[in-house]
Design a protein around this ligand. Structure first.
Ligand SMILES: [Zn+2]
Length: 492
């Protein structure tokens, strides 16, 4: 039996609630995955790292977790108001490749980046295009229940009608009157009865390439529908946890609730969890404003935001130093301090295995410490509090190492075993050696050093040395290029 003191912040009630899964011992968790039309950005990574922490801790507590995270490969339009081009079709048009090539390219990128961050893969990773039949069936059921209508081959969810018997807005706290007021001026050319209605099925225009036959038209499903169809298919209804980024609360998650509630007449999800956003230098990260950095460019140092590269493990550690529901700002200073913290923690843990415990106990209550670690994580997965406890352990380990402080066998065993469990299994922090990026970082640093030496040789008019560095590097396949921004290098 699982010792259960876990409480989670349920976005539905806005309160922390005791975590009691619908079937004791089992947890069904669905997390909205990416729309694979571009490289995954760092803010998305934070969401997936947050739910990786949650997944890992639930598993650690002994739950059998079925973790489903989808890939959106159709139906997500540029604008959340059901207008604009399909994001994947647009990218395919611009790049002159097939939509499924876009999907493949960015799905691979998504997996590779998340693997570098040491996140565990979900148990099931369904795609929207792989579940068109299920989505069509769901639309039929919603139509039958009387909460949707068809206009010229498109099917829309009737929000006003739904709201007569249910509460549309219960997750986001929005009121239907405000929504009506705010959307009145938009979509004047739409076929919708009311502007706040949302598409379940859209008839495809002749130029739209991502299209499937349906009873209403050749078209494609609305974005909100896939998550209702796939979560219900793999987790049943209701299920335990639905997660996603804070920005998905409205309209995406609100619409998901309405779709399932409309046919099952009960709420689809027990606990809604939302991960907060990541800002860069105090501002929202967005491609459109240029306030953006790709994960891979941080790992390699190839960006103009940070003066050096940071490993995926340091960035993961940095993210876990904040609670997943708080806004987190990434900056040079913050990453530098996380890097130091990460190294201090890993070094202390590495040294601990070399300590030989004695008979005398030191003044560190390891049982009490362990309890505090669990208390931290049981309080809505409070990783910053857990990390604070890990640093308490680091302090004690350093006392043992440097001041001949005693530690007995039982203290040593608890500390060695449980600090590793919390760092590696629960926080999912891997030692840096495991990562291939570390080698890349080391290479980058070494070349930067050689460039510096070459520059100072040139400044001293020691051209024999500066040419030797350049020529020798070229022989090793590293080409130096002098330009306005200084010397850059490229691996041939
Ligand atoms: Zn979703």
């Amino acid at each position: 039996m699982i010792d259960n003191s876990l409480v989670v912040l349920n976005s539905l009630s806005g309160k922390k609630e005791p975590f009691e899964p619908l079937n004791p011992g089992y947890v069904g968790m669905y997390v909205c995955g990416p729309t694979v039309y571009s490289n995954i950005h760092l803010g998305n990574c934070r969401t997936f790292i947050s739910f990786d922490l949650i997944y890992r801790y639930l598993k650690h507590l002994g739950y059998k977790v079925r973790y489903v995270r989808n890939i959106t490969d159709a139906g997500h339009l540029e604008n959340d108001e059901d207008v604009g081009e399909d994001r994947i079709a647009k990218k395919a048009r611009i790049e002159k490749i097939e939509p499924m090539e876009v999907v493949q390219l960015y799905t691979v990128d998504f997996h590779q980046i998340l693997e570098k961050f040491n996140t565990l893969p979900p148990g099931i990773e369904p795609t929207a295009t792989g579940h068109i039949i299920e989505q069509i069936e769901l639309i039929k059921e919603i139509l039958e229940a009387g909460f949707a209508y068809e206009v010229k081959g498109s099917v829309y969810f009737d929000v006003i009608k739904y709201n007569e018997s249910h509460y549309y807005g219960k997750l986001s706290g929005r009121k239907i009157e405000e929504l009506i007021h705010n959307t009145r001026s938009l979509n004047t050319q739409s076929d919708k009865k009311n502007p706040q209605d949302f598409a379940l099925w859209k008839r495809a225009e002749p130029q739209h390439i991502m299209r499937w036959p349906s009873p209403w038209s050749d078209g494609f499903p609305g974005w909100h529908l896939e998550c209702s169809a796939m979560s219900t298919k793999y987790l049943g209804s209701p299920f335990d946890i639905h997660g996603g980024g804070m920005d998905l609360k409205f309209p995406h998650h609100e619409c998901e609730i309405a779709q399932t509630q409309a046919i099952h007449n009960h709420p689809p999800v027990k606990y809604w969890l939302h991960a907060n956003m990541l800002t860069l230098n105090g501002k929202k990260m967005a491609k459109s404003t240029g306030n953006n950095v790709l994960p891979i460019d941080i790992f390699t140092g190839n960006n103009d935001r940070f003066r050096k590269p940071y490993s995926p493990q340091v960035i993961r550690f940095f993210m876990l130093q904040a609670h997943y529901t708080s806004i987190l700002d990434i900056s040079q200073e913050a990453l530098d301090s996380s890097e130091k913290g990460y190294q201090r923690l890993m070094e202390a843990l590495g040294q601990l295995s070399k300590v030989i415990p004695g008979k005398k106990a030191g003044d560190f209550d390891s049982d009490k410490w362990l309890k505090k670690c669990y208390t931290a994580m049981d309080d809505d997965f409070n990783s910053p509090l857990l990390i604070a406890q890990l640093f308490e352990a680091v302090k004690f380990i350093n006392l043992i190492l440097h001041k001949d402080h005693p530690i007995d066998k039982s203290q040593w065993e608890t500390l060695t075993k449980m600090s590793a469990v919390f760092v590696h299994d629960v926080l999912g922090i891997a030692p840096e050696e495991k990562s291939s990026d570390t080698k890349e970082n080391t290479l980058n640093k070494t070349i930067s050093l050689l460039i510096e030496l070459r520059n100072s040789a040139r400044a001293n008019k020691d051209f024999a040395t500066s040419d030797r560095i350049r020529d020798q590097l070229l022989e090793y396949g590293i080409q130096l290029k002098d330009g306005k921004k200084g010397t850059q290098f490229k691996l041939n």
